[in-house]
Design a protein around this ligand. Structure first.
Ligand code: NAI
Length: 339
């Protein structure tokens, strides 16, 4: 049987207690799929986050090595690696935030929905364990297709009697990260200052960046906005094709996942006005789940924010995405209830 390993990071000249007192409260973060292409850099970035006091790295294999490696970094958190299903409970127990990048990535020619059958099963089993071992954790779902895996998670939690819509998030931050980068390049503004809401879902045309609300403002033509929209929607495919069979976005996704988890932790810790876009249970449209700006707080979602003013182009995009998004949501619900 594989043994879990725990490595303590000692901070020279400062005891752990001394380091944490007066700063952020104790917070445990679990990464499921931590040995993967996203999981490894994401584990690294979470190790760098001073809001994390315990970091549990879980995968079906390979996590002892990742945990040993990451644990040598002289930052606050204590790192533990867990490998194999028999250690999943230990990895999850006491977690405040669970990040899920477990599953298979897209290969050229595959759509996110092609991944459905494999990843849906993985997500279902991981969420069953979350309901059992850490039912109050905030769940950050990265595994694709997010448009279906989030509804699957919701169904699993409902069946277990632990569902709290405020605690389940589809991570769409990479769409926001891409929209910001591409907008800054086209508008020739400082990328560090850019904000762009991205709403809808997390696949192809369901990704709807609202460039009319982008700041700092710029006078972009309709053609430029259309090209930026398309590039944001196809950002994942751009990476899949460039990697030519070696997977999908991992490094930029790890960055985006770390940004979103950090926002969740800040919300839990009571930091005011933490707003990120996320795919959550929603009343913003007639669809049961929808990505939009969300205010994060001590219980997870504090407020799901509306869409604001849309241009005609954005309104068209919104209507066009609804049937596809609804069918992906229904596919997830059906899977969860049939299997
Ligand atoms: P990868 O194949 O490099 O890593 C996946 C990891 O999941 C592997 O280490 C594997 O052992 C692990 N895994 C498989 N079954 C598991 C289980 N039952 N429990 C725990 N771990 C398990 O894949 P990569 O590139 O890291 O992608 C992971 C997922 O993230 C994919 O579903 C991918 O489509 C998705 N993704 C999501 C994005 C988003 O914006 N939300 C962006 C890019 C990828």
């Amino acid at each position: 049987m594989l043994k879990s390993i725990v490595r303590r990071t000692s901070i020279s000249g400062t005891s752990r207690r001394g380091f944490t007192s007066g700063s952020a409260p104790e917070r445990k973060v679990a990464v499921l799929g931590a040995a993967g292409g996203i999981g490894q850099p994401l584990s690294l970035l979470m190790k760098l986050n001073p809001l994390v006091s315990r970091l549990a790295l879980y995968d079906i294999a390979g996590t002892p090595g990742v945990a040993a490696d990451v644990s040598h970094i002289n930052t606050r958190s204590e790192v533990a690696g867990f490998a194999g299903e028999e250690q999943l409970g230990q990895a999850l127990e006491g977690a405040d935030v669970v990040i899920i990048p477990a599953g298979v990535p897209r290969k050229p020619g595959m759509t996110r929905d092609d991944l459905f059958n494999i990843n849906a099963g993985i997500v279902k089993s991981l969420c069953t364990a979350i309901a059992k071992y850490c039912p109050h954790a905030l769940v950050n779902m990265i595994s694709n297709p997010v448009n279906s895996t989030v509804p699957i998670a919701a169904e699993v939690f409902k069946k277990a009697g632990t569902y709290d819509e405020k605690r389940l998030f589809g991570v769409t931050t990479l769409d926001v990260v891409r929209a910001k980068t591409f907008y800054a390049g086209k508008a020739r503004v400082n990328v560090a200052e850019v904000n762009v809401p991205v709403v809808g879902g997390h696949a192809g045309i369901t990704i709807l960046p609202l460039f009319s609300q982008a700041t700092p403002t710029a006078n972009l033509s309709d053609e430029e906005i259309e090209a930026l929209t398309k590039r944001t929607q196809d950002g994942g495919t751009e990476v899949v094709e460039a990697k030519a069979g070696k997977g999908s976005a991992t490094l930029s996704m790890a960055y985006a996942g770390a940004i979103f988890a950090d926002a969740c932790l800040k919300g839990l810790n009571g930091v005011p006005d933490v707003v990120e876009c996320s795919f959550v249970q929603s009343n913003v449209t007639e669809l049961p789940f929808f990505a939009s700006k969300v205010r994060l707080g001590k219980n997870g979602v504090e407020e799901v924010l509306g869409l604001g003013q849309l241009t005609d182009y954005e309104k068209e995009g919104l209507e066009a995405l609804k049937p596809e998004l609804l069918s992906s949501i229904e596919k997830g619900i059906k899977f969860a209830n049939a299997n």
